[in-house]
Design a protein around this ligand. Structure first.
Ligand code: ADP
Length: 483
Protein backbone atom coordinates (compact mmCIF):
# COMPACT_ATOMS: atom_id res chain seq x y z
CA UNK A 1 0.00 0.00 0.00
CA UNK A 2 0.98 3.59 -0.48
CA UNK A 3 0.80 5.21 2.96
CA UNK A 4 1.59 8.80 3.88
CA UNK A 5 2.35 9.77 7.48
CA UNK A 6 1.67 13.37 8.45
CA UNK A 7 3.68 14.17 11.58
CA UNK A 8 5.26 16.95 13.61
CA UNK A 9 8.28 14.85 14.70
CA UNK A 10 10.57 12.25 13.14
CA UNK A 11 13.64 10.77 14.81
CA UNK A 12 16.48 11.59 14.53
CA UNK A 13 15.93 14.80 12.56
CA UNK A 14 13.14 16.46 14.57
CA UNK A 15 12.75 14.85 17.97
CA UNK A 16 11.17 16.13 21.16
CA UNK A 17 9.99 12.84 22.65
CA UNK A 18 8.56 9.40 21.91
CA UNK A 19 6.38 10.57 19.00
CA UNK A 20 9.54 11.01 16.91
CA UNK A 21 10.74 7.48 17.77
CA UNK A 22 7.32 6.00 17.04
CA UNK A 23 6.93 7.57 13.58
CA UNK A 24 10.51 6.59 12.67
CA UNK A 25 10.26 3.02 13.98
CA UNK A 26 6.82 2.32 12.49
CA UNK A 27 7.80 3.70 9.07
CA UNK A 28 11.03 1.72 8.97
CA UNK A 29 9.20 -1.45 9.89
CA UNK A 30 6.49 -0.84 7.27
CA UNK A 31 9.17 -0.29 4.63
CA UNK A 32 10.76 -3.59 5.66
CA UNK A 33 7.32 -5.12 5.07
CA UNK A 34 7.42 -3.78 1.49
CA UNK A 35 4.96 -0.92 1.92
CA UNK A 36 5.40 2.35 0.06
CA UNK A 37 5.86 4.93 2.80
CA UNK A 38 6.29 8.68 2.80
CA UNK A 39 6.44 11.06 5.77
CA UNK A 40 5.53 14.74 5.51
CA UNK A 41 7.10 17.08 8.06
CA UNK A 42 7.37 20.86 8.50
CA UNK A 43 10.79 22.13 7.43
CA UNK A 44 11.81 23.48 10.83
CA UNK A 45 14.90 25.67 11.00
CA UNK A 46 16.19 23.34 13.75
CA UNK A 47 16.03 20.18 11.63
CA UNK A 48 19.06 17.95 12.16
CA UNK A 49 20.14 17.92 8.50
CA UNK A 50 23.04 15.45 8.83
CA UNK A 51 20.97 12.24 8.59
CA UNK A 52 18.98 13.51 5.56
CA UNK A 53 20.18 12.09 2.22
CA UNK A 54 19.63 13.89 -1.08
CA UNK A 55 17.81 16.85 0.39
CA UNK A 56 16.53 18.87 -2.56
CA UNK A 57 13.83 21.31 -3.58
CA UNK A 58 11.11 19.68 -5.67
CA UNK A 59 8.78 22.65 -6.00
CA UNK A 60 9.16 26.36 -5.43
CA UNK A 61 6.31 28.82 -4.98
CA UNK A 62 3.66 26.30 -4.01
CA UNK A 63 0.69 28.47 -2.99
CA UNK A 64 -1.46 28.28 0.14
CA UNK A 65 -3.65 30.60 2.19
CA UNK A 66 -2.36 32.44 5.23
CA UNK A 67 -4.16 35.31 6.96
CA UNK A 68 -6.63 35.50 4.09
CA UNK A 69 -3.93 35.97 1.47
CA UNK A 70 -2.01 33.81 -0.90
CA UNK A 71 1.38 32.82 0.45
CA UNK A 72 4.13 30.66 -1.02
CA UNK A 73 5.92 27.52 0.13
CA UNK A 74 8.95 25.56 -0.92
CA UNK A 75 8.54 21.79 -1.00
CA UNK A 76 11.63 19.70 -0.31
CA UNK A 77 12.30 16.02 -0.38
CA UNK A 78 14.97 13.84 1.18
CA UNK A 79 15.53 10.42 2.71
CA UNK A 80 16.07 9.58 6.38
CA UNK A 81 17.44 6.08 6.82
CA UNK A 82 15.60 4.99 3.65
CA UNK A 83 12.36 6.70 4.75
CA UNK A 84 11.28 9.13 1.99
CA UNK A 85 10.37 12.47 3.58
CA UNK A 86 8.70 15.58 2.14
CA UNK A 87 9.25 18.89 3.92
CA UNK A 88 6.95 21.91 3.81
CA UNK A 89 8.79 25.19 4.13
CA UNK A 90 6.62 28.22 4.63
CA UNK A 91 8.03 31.36 3.05
CA UNK A 92 5.65 33.58 4.96
CA UNK A 93 7.28 36.44 6.91
CA UNK A 94 5.71 34.99 10.09
CA UNK A 95 8.37 32.25 9.75
CA UNK A 96 5.95 29.56 10.89
CA UNK A 97 8.64 26.89 11.16
CA UNK A 98 11.62 29.14 11.85
CA UNK A 99 11.19 29.44 15.59
CA UNK A 100 14.27 27.54 16.84
CA UNK A 101 11.88 25.05 18.41
CA UNK A 102 9.39 22.38 17.34
CA UNK A 103 6.71 23.36 19.90
CA UNK A 104 6.10 26.00 22.52
CA UNK A 105 4.95 28.95 20.41
CA UNK A 106 1.69 30.74 21.16
CA UNK A 107 0.50 30.13 17.60
CA UNK A 108 1.31 26.37 17.55
CA UNK A 109 -2.27 25.42 16.49
CA UNK A 110 -2.05 27.84 13.58
CA UNK A 111 1.41 26.58 12.59
CA UNK A 112 0.30 22.96 12.45
CA UNK A 113 -3.11 23.68 10.89
CA UNK A 114 -1.28 25.55 8.16
CA UNK A 115 1.12 22.61 7.79
CA UNK A 116 -1.77 20.12 7.39
CA UNK A 117 -3.63 22.22 4.83
CA UNK A 118 -0.52 22.84 2.72
CA UNK A 119 0.73 19.25 2.93
CA UNK A 120 -2.63 17.79 1.88
CA UNK A 121 -3.09 20.32 -0.89
CA UNK A 122 0.34 19.40 -2.24
CA UNK A 123 -0.44 15.66 -1.99
CA UNK A 124 -3.68 16.03 -3.95
CA UNK A 125 -2.25 18.32 -6.62
CA UNK A 126 0.83 16.14 -7.13
CA UNK A 127 -1.39 13.33 -8.42
CA UNK A 128 -1.26 9.61 -7.54
CA UNK A 129 -2.80 10.20 -4.10
CA UNK A 130 -1.98 7.73 -1.31
CA UNK A 131 -4.15 4.74 -0.39
CA UNK A 132 -4.24 5.90 3.22
CA UNK A 133 -3.00 8.76 5.39
CA UNK A 134 -1.79 8.12 8.95
CA UNK A 135 -2.04 11.10 11.33
CA UNK A 136 -0.25 11.57 14.64
CA UNK A 137 -1.52 13.58 17.64
CA UNK A 138 -3.34 16.90 17.55
CA UNK A 139 -0.79 18.53 15.27
CA UNK A 140 -2.05 16.64 12.23
CA UNK A 141 -5.49 15.48 13.48
CA UNK A 142 -7.39 18.13 11.46
CA UNK A 143 -6.31 16.38 8.25
CA UNK A 144 -8.86 13.64 9.07
CA UNK A 145 -11.59 16.19 8.43
CA UNK A 146 -10.01 17.50 5.22
CA UNK A 147 -9.45 14.00 3.82
CA UNK A 148 -13.13 13.05 4.18
CA UNK A 149 -13.76 15.12 1.04
CA UNK A 150 -11.12 13.19 -0.86
CA UNK A 151 -12.36 9.73 0.16
CA UNK A 152 -8.92 8.75 1.40
CA UNK A 153 -9.06 6.61 4.54
CA UNK A 154 -7.28 7.91 7.64
CA UNK A 155 -5.81 6.39 10.78
CA UNK A 156 -5.30 8.76 13.71
CA UNK A 157 -2.88 7.77 16.48
CA UNK A 158 -3.27 9.41 19.87
CA UNK A 159 0.23 9.45 21.34
CA UNK A 160 -0.88 11.69 24.18
CA UNK A 161 -4.43 12.83 24.89
CA UNK A 162 -3.23 15.49 27.31
CA UNK A 163 -2.34 17.81 24.45
CA UNK A 164 -5.36 18.81 22.38
CA UNK A 165 -4.25 21.78 20.30
CA UNK A 166 -6.78 24.26 21.61
CA UNK A 167 -7.42 27.27 19.41
CA UNK A 168 -9.85 30.01 18.53
CA UNK A 169 -12.13 30.51 15.54
CA UNK A 170 -9.65 33.01 14.19
CA UNK A 171 -7.04 30.28 13.74
CA UNK A 172 -9.26 28.49 11.23
CA UNK A 173 -10.12 31.73 9.45
CA UNK A 174 -6.44 32.47 8.98
CA UNK A 175 -5.93 29.32 6.91
CA UNK A 176 -9.09 29.93 4.91
CA UNK A 177 -11.44 27.40 6.54
CA UNK A 178 -15.15 28.13 6.40
CA UNK A 179 -16.21 28.70 9.96
CA UNK A 180 -19.48 26.74 9.66
CA UNK A 181 -17.34 23.65 8.99
CA UNK A 182 -15.73 23.60 12.36
CA UNK A 183 -18.63 23.70 14.81
CA UNK A 184 -18.08 20.06 15.61
CA UNK A 185 -14.53 20.71 16.83
CA UNK A 186 -15.85 22.90 19.67
CA UNK A 187 -14.17 22.03 22.92
CA UNK A 188 -16.27 20.30 25.57
CA UNK A 189 -14.77 22.27 28.48
CA UNK A 190 -13.99 25.80 27.33
CA UNK A 191 -16.47 28.03 25.49
CA UNK A 192 -15.36 29.60 22.19
CA UNK A 193 -12.45 27.19 22.04
CA UNK A 194 -11.84 24.46 19.49
CA UNK A 195 -9.89 21.24 19.86
CA UNK A 196 -7.87 20.03 16.88
CA UNK A 197 -7.46 16.62 18.48
CA UNK A 198 -11.23 16.25 18.52
CA UNK A 199 -11.24 16.53 14.73
CA UNK A 200 -9.10 13.39 14.61
CA UNK A 201 -11.42 11.48 16.94
CA UNK A 202 -14.53 12.50 15.04
CA UNK A 203 -13.37 12.13 11.46
CA UNK A 204 -10.59 9.52 11.31
CA UNK A 205 -11.71 6.14 10.01
CA UNK A 206 -9.72 4.40 12.72
CA UNK A 207 -8.15 5.63 15.96
CA UNK A 208 -5.28 3.98 17.75
CA UNK A 209 -3.57 4.70 21.03
CA UNK A 210 -0.04 3.61 21.82
CA UNK A 211 -0.75 0.82 24.32
CA UNK A 212 -3.67 -1.43 25.23
CA UNK A 213 -3.82 -0.13 28.83
CA UNK A 214 -3.88 3.52 27.75
CA UNK A 215 -6.68 2.61 25.34
CA UNK A 216 -8.72 1.65 28.42
CA UNK A 217 -7.55 4.49 30.68
CA UNK A 218 -8.64 7.24 28.29
CA UNK A 219 -12.27 6.41 29.05
CA UNK A 220 -11.77 7.54 32.63
CA UNK A 221 -11.36 11.08 33.91
CA UNK A 222 -10.70 13.01 30.79
CA UNK A 223 -12.80 15.67 29.13
CA UNK A 224 -13.03 13.75 25.85
CA UNK A 225 -14.25 10.50 27.39
CA UNK A 226 -17.84 10.85 26.13
CA UNK A 227 -16.74 11.47 22.55
CA UNK A 228 -14.29 8.62 22.79
CA UNK A 229 -17.06 6.32 24.02
CA UNK A 230 -19.15 7.24 20.98
CA UNK A 231 -16.24 6.26 18.74
CA UNK A 232 -15.04 3.30 20.80
CA UNK A 233 -15.73 0.82 17.98
CA UNK A 234 -13.03 2.32 15.82
CA UNK A 235 -10.39 2.44 18.58
CA UNK A 236 -7.50 -0.01 19.04
CA UNK A 237 -4.61 0.04 21.52
CA UNK A 238 -1.35 -1.01 19.84
CA UNK A 239 1.83 -0.98 21.88
CA UNK A 240 4.59 1.16 20.38
CA UNK A 241 7.84 -0.61 19.65
CA UNK A 242 11.39 0.68 19.56
CA UNK A 243 13.70 0.45 16.57
CA UNK A 244 15.94 -2.49 17.45
CA UNK A 245 18.63 -1.44 14.98
CA UNK A 246 18.87 2.09 16.29
CA UNK A 247 18.68 1.06 19.95
CA UNK A 248 21.20 -1.79 20.02
CA UNK A 249 23.94 -2.05 22.69
CA UNK A 250 25.92 -4.36 20.41
CA UNK A 251 26.33 -1.83 17.60
CA UNK A 252 25.26 1.59 18.96
CA UNK A 253 27.61 4.10 17.32
CA UNK A 254 27.06 6.58 20.17
CA UNK A 255 28.61 4.18 22.72
CA UNK A 256 32.35 3.91 23.39
CA UNK A 257 31.98 0.23 24.43
CA UNK A 258 29.52 -2.45 23.41
CA UNK A 259 27.81 -5.46 24.98
CA UNK A 260 25.07 -7.97 24.19
CA UNK A 261 22.61 -10.41 25.68
CA UNK A 262 24.64 -13.57 24.97
CA UNK A 263 27.32 -12.33 27.40
CA UNK A 264 24.80 -12.95 30.20
CA UNK A 265 24.70 -16.64 29.33
CA UNK A 266 28.50 -17.05 29.27
CA UNK A 267 30.69 -17.99 32.22
CA UNK A 268 31.05 -15.71 34.09
CA UNK A 269 27.81 -13.95 33.08
CA UNK A 270 29.04 -10.38 32.80
CA UNK A 271 28.43 -7.37 30.54
CA UNK A 272 31.98 -6.02 30.50
CA UNK A 273 31.11 -3.30 27.97
CA UNK A 274 28.26 -2.06 30.19
CA UNK A 275 30.62 -1.76 33.17
CA UNK A 276 33.06 0.17 30.99
CA UNK A 277 30.33 2.58 29.83
CA UNK A 278 29.35 3.07 33.49
CA UNK A 279 32.90 4.00 34.44
CA UNK A 280 33.20 6.21 31.36
CA UNK A 281 30.02 8.00 32.48
CA UNK A 282 31.40 8.44 36.00
CA UNK A 283 34.54 10.06 34.62
CA UNK A 284 32.67 12.21 32.13
CA UNK A 285 30.25 13.48 34.81
CA UNK A 286 32.91 13.70 37.51
CA UNK A 287 31.05 11.20 39.67
CA UNK A 288 32.89 9.43 42.49
CA UNK A 289 34.47 6.12 41.44
CA UNK A 290 32.60 3.65 43.61
CA UNK A 291 30.83 0.31 43.71
CA UNK A 292 27.40 1.90 44.08
CA UNK A 293 24.22 1.48 42.03
CA UNK A 294 23.81 3.97 39.20
CA UNK A 295 20.17 5.05 39.03
CA UNK A 296 19.02 7.26 36.16
CA UNK A 297 16.10 9.00 34.56
CA UNK A 298 15.84 10.38 31.04
CA UNK A 299 12.75 12.46 30.50
CA UNK A 300 10.98 15.58 29.43
CA UNK A 301 10.54 17.41 32.74
CA UNK A 302 6.80 18.05 32.56
CA UNK A 303 4.08 17.38 35.18
CA UNK A 304 3.09 14.11 33.41
CA UNK A 305 6.48 12.57 34.20
CA UNK A 306 6.09 12.99 37.98
CA UNK A 307 8.86 15.54 38.62
CA UNK A 308 8.25 15.45 42.40
CA UNK A 309 8.66 11.66 42.34
CA UNK A 310 11.86 12.02 40.30
CA UNK A 311 13.18 14.36 43.00
CA UNK A 312 12.08 11.86 45.67
CA UNK A 313 13.90 9.05 43.81
CA UNK A 314 17.01 11.19 43.48
CA UNK A 315 17.26 12.10 47.16
CA UNK A 316 16.38 8.57 48.33
CA UNK A 317 19.03 7.05 46.05
CA UNK A 318 21.66 9.39 47.51
CA UNK A 319 20.49 8.60 51.04
CA UNK A 320 20.89 4.88 50.31
CA UNK A 321 24.44 5.36 49.01
CA UNK A 322 23.63 5.17 45.27
CA UNK A 323 24.44 7.56 42.45
CA UNK A 324 21.84 9.37 40.36
CA UNK A 325 21.98 10.76 36.82
CA UNK A 326 19.15 12.90 35.50
CA UNK A 327 18.93 13.87 31.84
CA UNK A 328 15.86 16.06 31.69
CA UNK A 329 14.71 18.53 29.05
CA UNK A 330 12.82 21.49 30.45
CA UNK A 331 10.25 23.43 28.47
CA UNK A 332 8.61 25.73 30.95
CA UNK A 333 10.16 28.36 33.15
CA UNK A 334 8.80 26.94 36.40
CA UNK A 335 10.26 23.46 35.87
CA UNK A 336 13.59 24.91 34.75
CA UNK A 337 13.76 27.02 37.93
CA UNK A 338 12.93 24.09 40.23
CA UNK A 339 15.50 21.73 38.71
CA UNK A 340 18.19 24.39 38.22
CA UNK A 341 17.85 25.22 41.90
CA UNK A 342 18.20 21.55 42.83
CA UNK A 343 21.22 21.22 40.55
CA UNK A 344 22.89 24.21 42.23
CA UNK A 345 22.12 22.78 45.66
CA UNK A 346 23.79 19.49 44.72
CA UNK A 347 26.64 20.99 42.71
CA UNK A 348 29.32 19.64 45.05
CA UNK A 349 27.80 16.21 45.54
CA UNK A 350 29.87 13.78 43.48
CA UNK A 351 27.15 11.13 43.56
CA UNK A 352 24.73 13.06 41.41
CA UNK A 353 24.78 14.56 37.95
CA UNK A 354 21.96 16.56 36.41
CA UNK A 355 21.94 17.54 32.76
CA UNK A 356 18.99 19.84 32.10
CA UNK A 357 18.83 19.58 28.37
CA UNK A 358 17.89 17.33 25.48
CA UNK A 359 20.91 15.34 24.35
CA UNK A 360 20.65 12.23 22.18
CA UNK A 361 24.25 11.10 22.68
CA UNK A 362 24.03 11.37 26.46
CA UNK A 363 20.74 9.48 26.42
CA UNK A 364 22.44 6.48 24.79
CA UNK A 365 25.31 6.62 27.29
CA UNK A 366 23.00 6.91 30.29
CA UNK A 367 20.72 4.04 29.15
CA UNK A 368 23.79 1.85 28.65
CA UNK A 369 25.76 2.88 31.73
CA UNK A 370 23.02 2.70 34.40
CA UNK A 371 21.88 -0.16 36.61
CA UNK A 372 18.37 1.05 37.36
CA UNK A 373 16.10 3.40 35.37
CA UNK A 374 13.21 5.25 37.03
CA UNK A 375 10.05 6.41 35.24
CA UNK A 376 7.50 7.47 37.86
CA UNK A 377 4.99 9.04 35.43
CA UNK A 378 1.58 10.14 36.68
CA UNK A 379 0.20 8.85 33.37
CA UNK A 380 2.01 7.35 30.43
CA UNK A 381 0.44 6.51 27.04
CA UNK A 382 3.24 4.08 26.15
CA UNK A 383 6.54 4.95 27.84
CA UNK A 384 9.41 4.16 25.50
CA UNK A 385 12.16 4.97 27.97
CA UNK A 386 11.74 1.79 30.11
CA UNK A 387 11.71 -0.27 26.89
CA UNK A 388 14.98 1.30 25.73
CA UNK A 389 16.45 0.86 29.22
CA UNK A 390 15.65 -2.88 29.14
CA UNK A 391 17.28 -3.22 25.73
CA UNK A 392 20.50 -1.89 27.34
CA UNK A 393 20.33 -4.23 30.34
CA UNK A 394 19.13 -1.48 32.67
CA UNK A 395 16.35 -2.60 35.00
CA UNK A 396 13.28 -0.30 34.95
CA UNK A 397 11.43 0.92 38.01
CA UNK A 398 8.12 2.41 36.91
CA UNK A 399 4.80 3.60 38.13
CA UNK A 400 2.11 1.19 36.99
CA UNK A 401 0.23 3.29 34.49
CA UNK A 402 -0.64 3.16 30.78
CA UNK A 403 1.85 1.37 28.57
CA UNK A 404 4.20 0.74 31.48
CA UNK A 405 1.51 -1.56 32.93
CA UNK A 406 1.77 -3.61 29.73
CA UNK A 407 5.56 -3.85 29.63
CA UNK A 408 7.15 -3.77 33.10
CA UNK A 409 6.36 -6.45 35.67
CA UNK A 410 7.62 -6.48 39.26
CA UNK A 411 10.10 -9.28 39.88
CA UNK A 412 10.02 -10.42 36.25
CA UNK A 413 11.78 -7.69 34.29
CA UNK A 414 11.67 -4.72 36.69
CA UNK A 415 10.10 -3.02 39.71
CA UNK A 416 6.88 -1.09 39.97
CA UNK A 417 4.65 0.85 42.32
CA UNK A 418 1.12 2.22 42.09
CA UNK A 419 0.48 5.15 44.42
CA UNK A 420 2.11 8.34 43.14
CA UNK A 421 3.74 9.30 46.45
CA UNK A 422 7.36 9.65 47.63
CA UNK A 423 6.71 6.87 50.17
CA UNK A 424 5.68 4.43 47.44
CA UNK A 425 8.65 5.16 45.22
CA UNK A 426 11.00 4.97 48.23
CA UNK A 427 9.70 1.46 49.00
CA UNK A 428 10.11 0.33 45.39
CA UNK A 429 13.63 1.80 45.35
CA UNK A 430 14.46 -0.04 48.57
CA UNK A 431 13.45 -3.32 46.94
CA UNK A 432 15.48 -2.58 43.81
CA UNK A 433 18.61 -1.36 45.61
CA UNK A 434 18.53 -4.33 48.01
CA UNK A 435 18.21 -6.73 45.10
CA UNK A 436 21.15 -5.09 43.28
CA UNK A 437 23.34 -5.18 46.42
CA UNK A 438 22.46 -8.58 47.89
CA UNK A 439 21.06 -10.75 45.14
CA UNK A 440 23.30 -10.41 42.07
CA UNK A 441 21.90 -13.58 40.52
CA UNK A 442 18.34 -12.29 40.78
CA UNK A 443 19.46 -8.93 39.40
CA UNK A 444 21.10 -10.60 36.42
CA UNK A 445 17.90 -12.54 35.77
CA UNK A 446 15.98 -9.24 35.63
CA UNK A 447 18.56 -7.75 33.26
CA UNK A 448 18.45 -10.83 31.06
CA UNK A 449 14.67 -10.92 30.91
CA UNK A 450 14.59 -7.24 29.92
CA UNK A 451 17.21 -7.74 27.23
CA UNK A 452 15.32 -10.75 25.86
CA UNK A 453 11.98 -8.94 25.54
CA UNK A 454 10.92 -8.35 21.96
CA UNK A 455 9.75 -4.76 21.95
CA UNK A 456 10.75 -4.30 18.32
CA UNK A 457 8.28 -2.73 15.88
CA UNK A 458 7.60 -5.79 13.76
CA UNK A 459 4.54 -7.14 15.62
CA UNK A 460 3.00 -3.70 16.13
CA UNK A 461 3.60 -2.73 12.50
CA UNK A 462 1.67 -5.87 11.50
CA UNK A 463 -1.23 -4.72 13.66
CA UNK A 464 -1.21 -1.33 11.89
CA UNK A 465 -0.98 -3.00 8.51
CA UNK A 466 -4.05 -5.06 9.32
CA UNK A 467 -5.99 -1.89 10.12
CA UNK A 468 -4.75 -0.15 6.95
CA UNK A 469 -5.77 -3.12 4.78
CA UNK A 470 -9.23 -3.40 6.33
CA UNK A 471 -9.90 0.29 5.77
CA UNK A 472 -8.64 0.11 2.21
CA UNK A 473 -10.81 -2.94 1.47
CA UNK A 474 -13.86 -1.21 2.97
CA UNK A 475 -13.24 1.81 0.78
CA UNK A 476 -12.88 -0.34 -2.32
CA UNK A 477 -16.10 -2.21 -1.60
CA UNK A 478 -17.99 1.06 -1.01
CA UNK A 479 -16.73 2.56 -4.26
CA UNK A 480 -17.61 -0.67 -6.13
CA UNK A 481 -21.15 -0.49 -4.76
CA UNK A 482 -21.43 3.12 -5.94
CA UNK A 483 -20.17 2.39 -9.49
P1 ADP B 1 7.42 11.06 25.81
O1 ADP B 1 7.08 10.73 24.38
O2 ADP B 1 6.23 11.36 26.66
O3 ADP B 1 8.46 12.10 25.93
P2 ADP B 1 8.58 8.36 25.90
O4 ADP B 1 9.16 7.61 27.06
O5 ADP B 1 7.54 7.64 25.13
O6 ADP B 1 8.06 9.75 26.48
O7 ADP B 1 9.75 8.75 24.87
C1 ADP B 1 10.77 9.63 25.19
C2 ADP B 1 11.83 9.61 24.10
O8 ADP B 1 12.55 10.86 24.17
C3 ADP B 1 12.86 8.52 24.29
O9 ADP B 1 13.47 8.21 23.05
C4 ADP B 1 13.91 9.23 25.20
O10 ADP B 1 15.19 8.63 25.08
C5 ADP B 1 13.89 10.62 24.63
N1 ADP B 1 14.21 11.66 25.62
C6 ADP B 1 13.42 12.17 26.59
N2 ADP B 1 14.06 13.13 27.26
C7 ADP B 1 15.29 13.23 26.71
C8 ADP B 1 16.42 14.06 26.98
N3 ADP B 1 16.40 14.97 27.94
N4 ADP B 1 17.52 13.89 26.21
C9 ADP B 1 17.55 12.97 25.23
N5 ADP B 1 16.51 12.16 24.93
C10 ADP B 1 15.39 12.29 25.65
Amino acid sequence: MKIVHLASELAPIAKVGGLADAVYGLCKSLIAKKQEIEVILPKYDILNLDPIDNLQIIQKNFPSIFKGQKTLNTIWKGCVDKIPVLFIESNDPAGLFNRSTVYGCKDDPLRFLYFCCTALDFLMKRGAPPDLVHLHDWHTASAAFLLKRESIPTVFTIHNLAYQGHCSLETFEKVGWKTEEINEFKDTEYPDTYSLLKAGILFADHITTVSPSYAKEIFKTNPLQEILKTHQKKLTGILNGIDFTYWNPKTDSLLPFHFHLQQLTQNPPFLKGKEKVKNYLRKRFNLRESQSTVVSSITRLVPQKGPKLIQAALSHTLKKGGQFILLGSTFDEEMRTVFTHLKQKLAHNRNVHMELTYNEELAHLVYAGSDLFVAPSLFEPCGLTPLIAMRYGTVPLVRQTGGMKDTVFEGKNGFSFITPTPAAIHKALNRALACWASHPKRWRALMKKGMEEDFSWSKSADAYLKIYRNLYRELLSVSKRIT
